[in-house]
Design a protein around this ligand. Structure first.
Ligand SMILES: C[S@@+](CC[C@H](N)C(=O)[O-])C[C@H]1O[C@@H](n2cnc3c(N)ncnc32)[C@H](O)[C@@H]1O
Length: 190
């Protein structure tokens, strides 16, 4: 099951704009992308069940008149204010869109009002596409949880280095660096 997480901005509350660019193009069937206006032609609608809204919503996604690129908002937006208010959502809160079928989606609030909780999305990943996942947190703890033995081919990383100059994010001193880094090797290659 595919899902994506959206952080709400003021535009969601003011105009009903949900920034669905986070979901990526593959998250929606191609024919969902319609013209720039209803007159120009709407795309084939998807059906969304939103928590707190009794009727399913049908909408397509408009594209930009000039560039032809998606505008990354749902065309039908009247329901969004009721969705935000019935779930007591504020700018900064996150919601998750789950794809439940070819043209079917579910939207649920993450009920995460603190900054830390905003990042703690279902299954612990912060963002997901067909190409992979992004996790947010202490990498050692996350790797301990998710890496299965003999599954890693390559690691590309930009870790804190054993720098002489202290960084705000708390790099260890050069002489402690190797010991600090060893647990990563153990998790990934043991
Ligand atoms: C050398 S910087 C990498 C910067 C990054 N390449 C960039 O362009 O923004 C190291 C980064 O690792 C983060 N970091 C430090 N300890 C971490 C940990 N245990 N888990 C995940 N990230 C950590 C730091 O906050 C810092 O942003």
């Amino acid at each position: 099951m595919d899902s994506c997480t959206i952080q709400l901005t003021e535009a969601a509350h003011k105009y009903g704009n949900l920034n669905i660019s986070y979901c990526g193009k593959d998250f929606f069937p191609l024919d969902t992308f319609g013209g720039s206006s209803k007159k120009a032609g709407i795309g084939t609608q998807i059906t969304i069940k939103a928590e707190g809204i009794s009727e399913p919503i049908k909408t397509d996604i408009p594209t930009d008149n000039k560039t032809g690129r998606p505008r990354w908002i749902f065309r039908e937006r009247a329901w969004i204010r009721s969705f935000l208010s019935s779930n007591k959502l504020k700018p900064g809160d996150t919601i998750t869109i789950i794809r439940t079928g070819k043209r079917n989606y579910q939207i649920t609030p993450n009920n995460n009002n603190t900054k830390e909780e905003r990042h703690k999305i279902s299954n612990n990943h912060y963002y997901k596409t067909n190409l992979g996942r992004i996790y947010l947190g202490d990498s050692l703890k996350i790797l301990e949880k998710i890496v299965k033995p003999n599954t890693v081919d390559l690691i590309v990383t930009s870790p804190p280095f054993g720098l002489v100059r202290k960084k705000n994010y708390g790099n260890v001193d050069a002489h402690k660096y190797v010991e600090w880094f060893k647990p990563y090797r153990k998790i990934v290659f043991n």
